[in-house]
Structure formats: C-alpha cells, structure tokens
Ligand binder design. Structure first.
Ligand SMILES: Nc1ncnc2c1ncn2[C@@H]1O[C@H](COP(=O)(O)OP(=O)(O)OP(=O)(O)O)[C@@H](O)[C@H]1O
Length: 609
C-alpha cells in the first residue's frame, strides 16, 4: 500500500534513530531514548493491528513509551503514564484498546454501545485523536470510532450515540451533558476510561465535571467498593483507567487516587515519594521482577520536566516598548533564513492573537526609503493562521487542518494549541507572552522537536521578568540567551547604512526605531487596526494581572509602564479610555466571579473546551 509523504518522513526519522542504539537495562533504545528495539508484535499486539500501524501510520517499531505501556495496558492494569511531549503516547493507549476489542470471541456491535472513553481537554485534540483512531480501525470496521465535543451540533451527536460508538473521544463538558441528557447513550459495557493530558483537563477547571463523570460511570474507587453501583459490572468488562501527560501535578495525583486501582506508573523513575494509602502498591504476585524495577507504584512528585533533549531553548530579553518590533524582526529573520518552515507564536489572550494576526496579514514595509507606498512589500511573506477559543467552531477546525498540511506557515495562537497537538514539521516555538506555570512552558515548546526531530524555542522576557528563568531552572529547564543584537544588525538600516552608530540598547537600535515608527503610522492610518490594538492592549494587561502565587512576584503589574505596553501594540499613547474600560471590566469580572463562585481559570476553560 502506498505511503503518504509525512509517513515516509516519520519512517525516515525512525531509520535514523535505529542506526544509533545503546543498551539500557533489558531494553535496547536509541541514543535519544525515543525508539525501542523490539517490534509491535513482540509486545503482544495482534498481527493485523501491527500491519495497520505500519501501513496506515508508517510506524515500524514502537517508541520507548509505547514499548513500556502497551504490555501493561494489554495486561489490564490501571496506569499513570508520564513521558516527554511528542513521544507517541496516543498510540500507546489506542493500540491496546483496539487489540482487545477486535479480539472478543463474539464481534462487538454498535448496539453494544461504548466500550472505551478518551477524555481530552480541547476540541482540536479530540479531532486529532479521532483521526488517528480512524486510520487504525481501517481493517476493524466493526469497531466504530466517534467523538463528542463543545461547539458541535448536539442533536447530531445524540443520533450518533444512539446508533452506537465503540470508542468515544470527548471533551469533559459535552460528555457530561450527554451522560445526563442523552438517554440512548449506552455505556453499560464501558471498560476503559482514558484521560489524555490529564493535568490540563483538571487545570482548566473540569475537576468537578470529572468527578461527576466518574460517579455517573461508577468508576471511582468509592463507586467500585459500593455494591449498589448502578453500572452493571462483570469480570469480562472489568474497568481499566489510564492517565497520561508529559507533566504531572498534585491535581493529577488526586485524580489518580480516586480513579486508579493498583496502578502501574510508567516513566516516573526517580520521581516518586512514599505511597499514600489510597494508591495500592503493585502486587508482587502479579508482576515479574523486571516489572518491579521498571515501574513504580508510588505517587509521583513534581520534579524535573522531560524536555526533548535535541530542543534548543533560548530566551530573549526585550524592553516592553520594543516587543512588537523585535517579534516582527525575529519572524522576518526566521522566514528569510529558511523559507520552508513552520513557526508557532503563543499569546496570552484571544484579542492579542487577533491584533497580531490582522497586523501581520496587512502590514507592508520596505527598508528602502525611496520605495513608493504602492510597491511596498508585505512585511512577512509566509501564510499566517490564527487559532483561539473565541473563534467560530468551523474556523477553528479549518485552521487546525490547514496548518497541519502547510509546508511553510506561521500560527498565532493562545494556549488552546499548547496541549497534545501534533503539527508536523514545526521548527520553532515563540512564547511572546509568558506561559505562567512551568508546565505550560513545557507543553508549548513540546509542539516542536517531536519524536527526535530538530526544533528551537524562544521565550520573550522583559528585563523585570528575568527571574522567571530561575523558576524554570527549579524544574531542570535551562535556557541560553538569543543573539538579538546580531540578528538586528543584519537588517539594512533605512537609508542610513553604516554611518549610524550601533546602539547597545535594543530600543534605540536604528532598525527597531524605524520599524516601530512604521508600525505606529500603519495603526494610526487604519481605524480597524487601531481598535484591535486597543482591545489587545486592554486584555493583555488584564491577563498580566491574572498571574498567580509565586509568579505574581515576577510578573508584577506595578512594574509595568502602561505607555510602553501600548507601544507594544503600536499605539503611540495609552489612551485614557482604555484604562477606564479596563477597570470597569475588571470590577465587572470580579463581581461576576464572586456571584457565581467561579474562578478565572474556570471561565477561560469554558471558552477553550
Ligand atoms: N512508533 C512510532 N513510529 C513513528 N512515529 C511515531 C510512533 N509513535 C508515534 N509517532 C509519531 O510521533 C508523533 C508524536 O506522537 P503523539 O502525538 O502521540 O505524542 P505525545 O507523546 O502524545 O505528545 P504530547 O505530549 O505533545 O501530546 C506523531 O507525529 C506520531 O505520528
């Protein structure tokens, strides 16, 4: 069967890895620790499924996390799986489910209802998992994949659930909705519940929903102990729950405690502390000696994060007022250096994404002073996309698909793209607005350097925020400085050339001064852009005040010069109206939160799901 280009690509990466191997314990792994030396069939997977993995996805051998997780899941154990971004966690849980479902003595039917539930934090991840599942089920047409998620038509979803979906991918809010309101949704034979990006689901404020979902499904430890459990259970449909993420936190520990029984921990070597009573130790009689060495059943502590070793991580220190000009300069440099590449830039708010998207789609500029307006070139020549939670559902969907297939493009996004999304060939991640929690940093940079490919990341920090680097260091993440002056010096200087003395201050660099002036004139000349800039400014400041705990000490609103923030939206001045509306909105938000008992995070989550 013919193989798609991307599949050939992944085959190539795999070939490269296979050539550099070393022995670790009883497993042989590549130097980068990504691929295992065994085959999929040696892990116990059905030969047809192994063929499907090879033919439909181009996977010849398992990754290390797949080699560790698949036998454990096949054996029916609950598991908590922690592995770096882009190491193949999705197939690690999908393959064993399919293996079991196709192996039942009597073929499963649609009328049996749902056997497996995969919970994911965002719509895009929902679609991505569904697409992989569809490919893997090509030969097993009697196993029906499906999804339910925020933004989709409820009645159509109800109809699909009525017909029967064997493996269902869902975002938590919509799933809960169907559990409560779709009487034809049959889940009496439910056997697996999988939380992909478990920590994110909880961080987004879905903790209560998850608790309710587990209660309704009768899948908490308490429910299991309860004889009057409403969900029929028998040995054939024994529950098996799985939690997966590249980063773990205390909330995941709590979820693990309430939902996992006697779990196997994968990828948590050296990250454990003493077990608490609610998580049982692995029963030595059930696991062989090697298992006990490889896996631990103790609760993980939040330690060093796993970052792809080949990822080049840098930071750039930029004064607030020059941020925009520096961002544009770096993007120009990246796309001129390599015309065929993909870059993702992360922003803190939807309004900031909209402003920068419109700006980059329309801004023309020339370094030649003589050039007439009419012949000025687009500042950036690449295709630009945007993705955030306030976009129309269909736009979100088409952007996600389009950016996946583009060879050279720029994506401007909020954290809605930070988790789990697998955009092929992304070479660079720019965190223009700080990620806040270190976990978010890890997931954002994880959109590049996937599965051993090369990648670089760049974190923007203002001089007053530089302590954030220490925060990252605490988690074993260290960054080097980006050579910004060198990059800026390479731009031609607006008709002044070598006569201009180079400045040591970024904000006084002639290229930056010239670009900033052009940006400000552009915004002033376009009322629509001016409005977007004001909105962007306002919500950016609001987001800056939302940093919590320790981070409040680093990202201090009091240290911000709002006039400089306005400059970073190419506004010449901070209009007084902006300040007033900001305060009004802030008060309104606080009143609303107090009344409804909602946290900021939960509100954001509702938009993002
Ligand atoms: N065995 C394999 N051989 C070749 N490619 C693979 C294999 N397993 C996974 N991949 C590819 O690796 C990439 C990353 O996989 P996946 O998205 O499952 O990673 P992940 O660990 O879930 O990442 P994240 O933590 O960001 O969600 C995908 O492009 C996938 O197609």
């Amino acid at each position: 069967m013919g193989m798609k280009k991307s599949e050939k690509g992944s085959k190539q990466v795999m070939e490269n890895k296979k050539n550099e191997k070393k022995d670790v314990g009883n497993a042989t792994i590549g130097n980068d620790g990504i691929f295992a030396s065994c085959s999929f069939s040696s892990l116990g997977l059905h030969p047809s499924l192994c063929d499907e993995l090879r033919e439909k996805l181009g996977f010849e051998v398992p990754t290390l996390v797949q080699a560790q997780a698949i036998p454990v899941i096949l054996a029916g154990r609950h598991a908590l799986i922690n592995a770096a971004t882009g190491t193949g966690k999705t197939v690690a849980y999908l393959a064993p489910l399919i293996h079991h479902l196709q192996n039942y003595d009597t073929r499963i039917q649609r009328s049996d209802g749902t056997f497996a539930l995969v919970l994911v934090p965002t719509r895009e991840l929902c679609l991505q998992v569904y697409e992989i599942l569809q490919k893997l089920l090509h030969r097993f047409h009697w196993i029906v994949p499906g999804y339910v998620m925020g933004g989709e038509n409820r009645s159509k979803e109800k109809a699909r659930l009525r017909k029967g979906i064997s493996i269902l991918i869902a975002t938590p809010g919509r799933l809960l909705d169907h559990l409560k309101n779709t009487s034809s949704f049959l889940y009496t034979k439910l056997r697996w519940i999988i939380f992909d990006e478990a920590d994110r689901i909880l961080e987004l404020g879905f903790g209560k929903d998850i608790q309710e979902i587990l209660d309704l499904l009768g899948s908490t430890k308490a429910a299991n102990d309860n004889e009057e459990n409403t969900v029929p259970r028998n040995s054939k449909f024994q529950r098996q729950n799985l939690l997966l993420s590249a980063t773990l936190n205390d909330k995941v520990n709590h979820l693990a405690k309430i939902s996992l029984q006697n779990p196997v921990m994968i990828g948590l070597e050296g990250k454990t502390r003493e077990p608490v009573s609610t998580i049982e130790s692995v029963d030595p009689s059930e696991s062989d000696e090697d298992d006990e060495v490889k896996y631990s059943s103790k609760i993980p502590t939040v330690g060093d994060y796993k970052i792809p070793t080949q990822l080049i991580q840098r930071y750039v220190k930029v004064p607030c007022g020059s941020r925009l000009a520096v961002l544009l300069s770096i993007l120009k440099h990246l796309f001129e250096r390599d015309t065929s590449q993909k870059v993702v830039v992360f922003f803190s708010t939807c309004d900031a994404v909209d402003f920068h998207y419109s700006l980059l789609s329309e801004f023309h500029f020339s370094t030649d002073a003589q050039t007439k307006e009419g012949v000025r070139k687009m500042f950036l020549g690449c295709r630009t996309f945007r993705l955030h939670g306030n976009m129309e559902h269909e736009d979100r969907r088409s952007t996600f698909q389009a950016f996946k297939t583009e060879k050279s493009a720029l994506l401007l996004s909020t954290d809605v793209s930070a988790r789990g999304l697998d955009f092929p060939k992304v070479r660079c991640i720019i965190q223009y607005d700080s990620p806040g929690e270190a976990t978010e940093y890890v997931h954002r940079v994880g959109r590049t350097a996937r599965l051993g490919e090369r990648g670089e990341s760049l974190l923007f920090l203002q001089p007053a925020e530089i302590d954030y680097l220490q925060d990252l260091e605490k988690h074993g993440v260290s960054l080097t400085e980006y050579p910004l002056p060198k990059v800026l010096d390479n731009f031609p200087l607006y008709g002044q050339n070598k006569l201009v003395k180079k400045s040591v201050f970024i904000d006084l660099h002639p290229w930056i001064l010239c670009l900033q002036k052009a940006l400000e004139s552009f915004i002033i000349s376009k009322p629509k852009m001016d409005e977007l800039a004001r909105k962007g400014f306002c919500s950016w400041v609001r987001a800056y005040t939302a940093h919590r705990g320790e981070l409040k000490r680093i990202f201090m609103i009091k240290k911000l010069h709002l006039g400089h923030v306005a400059k970073s939206f190419a506004l010449k001045q901070q209009p007084s109206l902006v300040g007033q509306s900001f305060q009004k909105q802030n008060k309104k938000r606080k009143r609303f939160e107090k009344k409804s008992g909602l946290s900021k995070k939960r509100k954001v989550a509702r938009v993002k799901e």
